[in-house]
Design a protein around this ligand. Structure first.
Ligand SMILES: *Cc1c(COP(=O)(O)O)cnc(C)c1O
Length: 220
């Protein structure tokens, strides 16, 4: 199946209000362009350097979301390329983005990444600390919080991830109800190739798809 056929199949399957981000790590500009031509509007990238290469070629053809772990020394480059950073999980990172965005006079939409299963090896803020972090970041003039993102634990059976998606949605709703000034709780980014159906059932309105869209990744 071509990327276009895969995209059309998934698009038919999921509700219209759900935005598909093409998770493009390891994919070539040609493959990404194929996804864009099929109808994808947002490309998710995990690595700033990798993104920079394809962005130079086809940057204007889509919106670019950063979905990887952002190191502080990559923020300066990242804020030039990306239209959204989905993985803000600390005040220090937020401060660096604020600083670099103020230098180029840009307001960066961001999502707060939640480490919902509190996995030690994973990025994301612990659920109990999310609200405090959001309140602190809401005061930054060059960052605009638009919602939450989570990876969830990577489990073979997506049903096992369901409680984590439910828990993330509850945090999302809770923060939304708080109506924190300058914070929009609009986007709930959760679900990948093996889990997007469950994530949508639990409230995701943005899913990040790699394998089901582009085919299996080749090991590098
Ligand atoms: C790779 C990746 C995805 C997509 O993974 P697939 O299982 O290939 O769909 C989604 N989100 C993030 C943050 C990723 O790194």
């Amino acid at each position: 199946m071509s990327i276009k056929e895969r995209y059309q199949k998934i698009r038919r399957e999921i509700p219209e209000y759900v935005t598909i981000v093409a998770a493009a790590k390891t994919r070539t500009a040609k493959e990404i362009l194929e996804a864009i031509e099929a109808g994808i509007e947002i490309i998710g990238e995990n690595y700033v350097q990798e993104a920079e290469k394809v962005w130079r070629e086809i940057g204007g053809r889509a919106k670019w979301h950063f979905i990887g772990h952002l190191q502080r020394n990559k923020v300066k480059k990242a804020v030039k390329i990306f239209d959204m950073i989905q993985t803000v999980d600390s005040l220090q990172l937020a401060e660096e983005i604020e600083k670099r965005c103020s230098q180029i006079d840009k307001i960066m939409p961001i999502l707060i990444e939640i480490n919902i299963a509190k996995e030690e090896t994973k990025t994301g803020v612990n659920p109990e600390e999310a609200k405090k972090l959001i309140r602190a970041i809401s005061a930054f003039s060059h960052l605009k919080i638009k919602g939450l993102m989570t990876m969830g634990p990577q489990l073979g059976n997506p049903e096992e991830a369901r409680p984590y998606f439910t828990a993330t949605r509850k945090i999302f709703q809770d923060i939304k109800r708080k109506k924190i000034p300058h914070v929009d709780m609009e986007i709930l980014s959760m679900g990948m190739s093996n889990s997007f159906r469950v994530a949508i059932e639990e409230g995701a309105n943005m899913v990040r798809l790699g394998t089901v869209l582009f085919g299996p990744r080749e090991e590098k």
